[in-house]
Ligand binder design. Structure first.
Ligand code: NAD
Length: 326
C-alpha cells in the first residue's frame, strides 16, 4: 500500500514509518521538523513541508496516489496550549482542515487520526470507554475534539473514511533501540525518569502526593508505542477493505502511579532516581485508564508489550543510546 505519514519524523510517527517499511508498504513522510527529527526517519520518501502551506500539500498529493493518510502532526503540550491557545487551534485544527481539503481535492478517502485521552477532561468514571463524555479542559484536548467533529462532517459531506485513535500515554521505543521518544522540552514521565537515571537531570518532580490513590500520586495508563502502531495497522487494513469510520480508545486498561513508574525505572536501570514532590499541576486528573475493549472486539487489537517493565526496558535502551549526544 502507498501510505502518507504526516508527522512521521516525530516520536510515534517514526515508529509507524518503521513498521510500514518492515511490512513492505510504500511510505511518504511529510513533516516540518518543528518537533520531529530527520534522523528518526529510517526510510521512505521524506518531504520537509508544513501543513499550513496548501501549495506544498497540493504538490504532495499531485505526485502520488495515496491509499491512506496517517496523521500524527500536531503540537501536544497541554501547558503550552493553555498559554498559547492560538498555536494549537491553528496547527492542530486549521492545518488538519488543509490536509482534509487536499485529500478531498485529490480523491484520497482514508485517514487515521492521532487523537488523545485529553479530550475526556476530568473523567466521570474509569476505565474510560468511547461512550464517556468529551469535556476537554485545555485547548490541546479541545483542538483534537474539534478535529474529530470535522472528520465526521467530512465523512458526511465528501465520503472521507476515518479511524480516530485516542491514545492514552504512549511510551517505550523500538525493540532494536534504533528510535525512541524524543521531545524538546520533554514533559513525559518515563523519559524524564530515565533521563534522571542517566544523570542528564538531577531529579524528577512529582506533581502532587495528595491525590485519592493508594500512594497519593496520579495514575496513568501507559501503552507501548509499537502496540499503538499495531492498532494503526489494523485500522489501515479495516479502511482499505471499506470498513466503517470509527473511534477507539487505546490503552492497556491498567494504571500505574507516578511513584510506581519511578520505582519501575529504578528496577530496570538499577540506578537511584531522586524524586522531589511539589504541588499539584493544574488540570491533572487523578486517574486516566482506558477501556480498549471496542478495538479489541472490532479490529482484533491485542497489546503485545503491555508490561510496564517491557515498556521501560525498551525506553531505557533508547535513552542510553541518546544520553551521550544529548
Ligand atoms: N505521545 C503521546 O503520549 C500522545 C498521547 C496522545 C496523543 N498523541 C498524539 O499523537 C501524535 C504524535 O505525538 P508524538 O508524541 O509523536 O509528537 P511529536 O511532536 O514527536 O510528533 C509530531 C510530528 O509532527 C510534526 N509537525 C507538527 N506540526 C506540523 C505541521 N504543521 N506540518 C508538518 N509537520 C508537523 C512535528 O515536526 C513532529 O515530527 C500527536 O498528534 C499527539 O497529539 C500523543
Amino acid at each position: 500500500m502507498n501510505i502518507l505519514v504526516v508527522g512521521g519524523a516525530g516520536y510515534i510517527g517514526s515508529h509507524m514509518v518503521q513498521m510500514l517499511l518492515e511490512n513492505g508498504d510504500e511510505v511518504t513522510i511529510f513533516d516540518n521538523l518543528s518537533t520531529g527529527f530527520k534522523e528518526s526517519v529510517t526510510g521512505g520518501n521524506f518531504i520537509e513541508g508544513d501543513l499550513s502551506n496548501t501549495n506544498e500539500l497540493n504538490t504532495l498529493f499531485e505526485n502520488s496516489q495515496f491509499d491512506c493518510v496517517m496523521h500524527f502532526a500536531a503540537f501536544s503540550q497541554v501547558g503550552e496550549s493553555v498559554l498559547h491557545p492560538g498555536l494549537y487551534y491553528k496547527n492542530n485544527f486549521c492545518n488538519t482542515l488543509n490536509l482534509l481539503d487536499s485529500m478531498v481535492k485529490h480523491d484520497v478517502n482514508n485517514i487515521i487520526f492521532s487523537s488523545t485521552a485529553a479530550l475526556f477532561g476530568n473523567p466521570e468514571y474509569t476505565p474510560i470507554d468511547e461512550k464517556h463524555p468529551c469535556n476537554p479542559i485545555n485547548p490541546y484536548g479541545q483542538s483534537k475534539l474539534m478535529i474529530e467533529q470535522a472528520l465526521a462532517d467530512y465523512e458526511q459531506a465528501y465520503g472521507i473514511q476515518y479511524i480516530s485513535l485516542r491514545y492514552f500515554n504512549a511510551a517505550g521505543a523500538s525493540i532494536d533501540g534504533s528510535i525512541g521518544e524524543r521531545h524538546t522540552p520533554e514533559t513525559h514521565l518515563i523519559p524524564l525518569a530515565l533521563q534522571t537515571a542517566t544523570g542528564k537531570r538531577e531529579h524528577i518532580k512529582v506533581f502532587g502526593s495528595d491525590y485519592d490513590t493508594p500512594d497519593g500520586t496520579c495514575i496513568r495508563d501507559y501503552i507501548h508505542v509499537l502496540d499503538l502502531c499495531e492498532a494503526h495497522y489494523l485500522a489501515l487494513q479495516h479502511l482499505i477493505k471499506n470498513g466503517e469510520s470509527n473511534i477507539f480508545n487505546l490503552g492497556n486498561k491498567e494504571g500505574y502511579s507516578v511513584l510506581q513508574v519511578i520505582h519501575a525505572a529504578e528496577q530496570v536501570t538499577q540506578r537511584n532516581i531522586p524524586a522531589i514532590t511539589t504541588s499539584r499541576r493544574a488540570g491533572d486528573p487523578t486517574t486516566l485508564i482506558a477501556d480498549s475493549e471496542k478495538i479489541t472486539t472490532l479490529l482484533g487489537w491485542t497489546p503485545k508489550h503491555s508490561s510496564i517493565h517491557t515498556i521501560m526496558e525498551h525506553a531505557w535502551q533508547w535513552e542510553q543510546k541518546l544520553a551521550p549526544s544529548s
